[in-house]
Design a protein around this ligand. Structure first.
Ligand code: RB5
Length: 146
């Protein structure tokens, strides 16, 4: 079964729930790392929890949301092995997979996107990593972690 792990802070949990619903309807098994209320929390905690769960489980990808998507994506990218994209639109969401082989995707619950977030998620999940010269570049990204 396709599996996804999601996490958010108080600025992103409603969007996280919306994305979870969308993915559940597409047949994904959902692992929700929280939060599930508007009580203020610190986004690095939920980024790290979600990223580590992604790495330890058999997940297809991970989703993180905060107010802007910025803090939670920066934090997720600090975890070794994570390539978390923060796409602006459907095109970027697709490219983050085709060119960057992103394994997590971030969104902002307080951002007005030019296209529905569901379309961006759809573009992400239906895209395939193209390999070739992109593989060399992704390998260089990962080498920076060493
Ligand atoms: C929380 O107020 C807010 O700073 C957070 O959700 C996020 O936007 C940070 O990047």
């Amino acid at each position: 079964m396709k599996k996804v792990v999601l996490g958010a802070d108080h600025g992103g949990y409603e969007l996280k729930d919306r994305i979870a619903e969308f993915l559940k309807n597409k047949g994904y098994e959902i692992r929700d790392m929280g939060v599930n209320s508007s009580d203020s929390v610190d986004y690095p905690d939920f980024a790290e929890k979600t990223a580590r769960e992604f790495l330890s489980g058999d997940y297809d990808f991970g989703v993180v949301c905060c107010g802007t998507g910025i803090g939670i994506s920066i934090s997720a990218n600090k975890v070794k092995g994570i390539r978390c994209a923060l796409p602006q639109n459907v095109f970027a969401a697709r490219m983050s997979r085709e060119h960057n082989n992103a394994n997590m995707i971030a969104f902002g619950g307080r951002i007005e996107y030019p296209e529905p977030v569901e379309d961006m998620v759809e573009a992400f999940i239906s895209a395939k990593f193209q390999g070739g010269r992109h593989e060399r570049r992704v390998n260089k990204i990962m080498a920076i972690e060493q």
